[in-house]
Design a protein around this ligand. Structure first.
Ligand code: ADP
Ligand code: MG
Length: 247
């Protein structure tokens, strides 16, 4: 069996189960994982992530979790009424994120997901973010690069995969601190923390355990891949696998 020092997991959203199983195998062989399987699994579930972040007081958009909601009116009321954002629990690249612009539109979307037995999050729509979000690339509890992503004309989703564009941005100390805390809570050594600038301060939308490098390297001119390798060089030791983060 060849001996490996470290493994850099890059697990696509559609293969989380298989990818984390392979990673677990490496961990059991004592190979150092840049991000651990437990932390990756945690970050893939939007609800579980928000619960962990919320427990530690991280700023979040007001969010409710619904399965088959009997009372959509009440549900919408809790998040402050339409417009709201409705999300599938394991969507990615903006797919499965829908804007319910009016009360009636939101109610029928929620009912439609209920009809196909799908778990969803209903979230306050942070309109003041203006279709923009901030991606902070965190390595070893430091923000090493950050970019602002702007959605395509007419789209509230800023995902680069949805045609959004990226620009270098200077973040505030509060945003930096929020991103670093979120990475720590999730137990991820390398991750992309996505923030919205809301009227009540920075709010975390999600923490991505396999962040894309191309967009942020282009926007910032920073060699992120090189920083990940340097991190491995200082950190990777055989049998250093342990479960970090908070549950
Ligand atoms: P995905 O995992 O599919 O990227 P996100 O939760 O990151 O899902 O949402 C995709 C995009 O939609 C975000 O990058 C952001 O631009 C926009 N968005 C998501 N939630 C909200 C919200 N509550 N308010 C305003 N915009 C949002
Ligand atoms: Mg996203």
């Amino acid at each position: 069996m060849p001996k490996y020092d470290a493994v850099i997991p890059r697990i696509g959203a559609s293969v989380t189960f298989f990818g984390t199983a392979v990673l677990r195998q490496f961990e059991m062989m004592g190979v150092y994982p840049v991000n651990e399987s437990v932390a990756i699994t945690r970050s893939r579930d939007k609800l579980r992530s928000l619960q962990l972040l919320s427990r530690k007081g991280i700023g979040l958009p007001v969010t409710v979790f619904a399965h088959r909601s009997g009372n959509t009116d009440e549900l919408l009321e809790i998040v402050g009424g339409a417009p709201v954002v409705i999300k599938l629990l394991e969507g990615t690249q903006g797919v499965g994120v829908v804007l319910g612009e009016t009360h009636n539109a939101a109610a029928s979307i929620i009912q439609a997901f209920g009809g196909v037995n799908t778990n969803i999050l209903v979230q306050e729509f942070v309109k003041e973010a203006n279709g923009e979000d901030i991606r902070c690339l965190v390595i070893n509890d430091k923000v090493v690069a950050s970019m602002k992503r702007t959605g395509r004309e007419g789209d509230f989703r800023s995902n680069l995969h949805r045609g959004g564009s990226a620009q270098l941005i200077k973040i505030t100390p509060m945003e930096r601190q929020t991103a670093v805390s979120a990475a720590k809570i999730m137990g991820l050594n390398v991750c992309g923390v996505d923030l919205l600038r809301s009227a009540h301060g920075p709010v975390v939308m999600e923490v991505n355990s396999s962040p894309g490098l191309e967009g942020i390297e282009k926007a910032t001119g920073i060699d992120i891949a090189d920083k990940i390798i340097s991190f491995i060089e200082t950190r990777a030791k055989p049998d250093k696998t342990r479960t970090r983060g908070l549950g």
